[in-house]
Design a protein around this ligand. Structure first.
Ligand code: GLU
Length: 283
């Protein structure tokens, strides 16, 4: 009996130690010091402040979904946490809806956006991107009993719902003008209209839709192939090259040592196969 108790206490102590290493370290189990980074750099400021503010989604299962305690969980949250850990600081997650992302970065409300955020040239005029750390593709979700929509070419004369300020909404406007597009602030705003028949389809990235289908498999289904490529980047202030390099270095280190794959397996991996990480683009 006595021996079992000692072992149990030793195991608990070890667990506590491991937990400390995960929370406060910079990947090597050491706390970062502002002096480890160039004076005046974003990294030095964040280490000084002790907190990094990260914009993410709060209503997208698998990538960023607010839990009962208010804290979001998902692959994007894990990617943000990796960067916080590398700096040895606390991560504070705030909601960043699709149309708000550039503004939140530009006005300094957040240090980073990790929010199913497609890298593209238009956005690069306003902000910069580290990554990509994942590549998704636009897809369609319909009600489980729908038989007439099997791909984007079937959308003519149909009503399709998406989020304001998103690349999938823009793609429908540009390339499927015969579809009637309805947009809301968040993709979850499209779910009731889809159930009630007010809209015929919801469109965004396959992995976001897969999260909704996973939560309501009797109600919704994904149809057709992915019809775009959506490389997910980590948004940060334009021309902050030191910070972008730091985030890219952190991503590559996490690819190498398995933390990226672990982040996937603990979140989106519950529903989706583990992909190969895409090559970081240091443009
Ligand atoms: N990846 C697309 C985008 O950045 C769609 C997903 C989203 O809106 O977050 O616009």
């Amino acid at each position: 009996m006595q021996k079992t108790r000692v072992i149990a206490i030793a195991a608990a102590a070890l667990l506590a130690l491991t937990a400390c290493g995960d929370d406060g370290g910079n990947g090597n189990g050491e706390s970062a010091d502002p002096a480890d980074f160039p004076e005046g750099s974003t990294m030095a400021r964040i280490v000084e402040e002790g907190t990094i503010t990260i914009g993410t989604k709060f209503d997208q299962p698998l990538f960023g979904l607010q839990g009962p305690d208010g804290v979001p969980v998902g692959f994007d949250v894990e990617i943000g946490q990796l960067i916080a850990d590398e700096l040895g600081v606390e991560a504070e997650f705030v909601e960043a809806q699709s149309a708000q992302r550039e503004t939140l970065i530009q006005n300094g409300s957040v240090d980073l956006v990790v929010a199913t955020y497609t890298i593209n040239d238009e956005r690069k005029e306003l902000i910069d991107f580290a990554g990509p750390y994942y590549v998704a593709g636009q897809s369609l979700m319909v009600t489980a009993d729908n038989t007439d929509i099997n791909g984007p070419d079937d959308l003519a004369g149909k009503t399709v719902c998406s989020a304001d300020g998103s690349t999938p909404a823009q793609n429908i406007r540009d390339n499927y003008p015969d579809a009637e597009l309805v947009t809301y602030g968040a993709y979850t705003d499209c779910l009731d209209p889809l159930s009630s028949g007010q809209v015929d389809a919801v469109t965004t990235d396959n992995v976001i839709l897969a999260g909704y289908v996973n939560e309501q498999p009797d109600d919704f289904k994904l149809v057709g192939e992915q019809f775009t490529e959506e490389p997910y980047g980590i948004g940060l202030a334009k021309d902050d090259d030191d910070f972008r390099t730091f985030v890219n270095d952190t991503l590559e280190a996490a690819y190498e040592d398995g933390r990226w794959a672990e982040a996937w397996e603990n979140t989106a991996g519950a529903v989706l196969d583990t992909p190969e990480p895409p090559a970081v683009d240091r443009y």
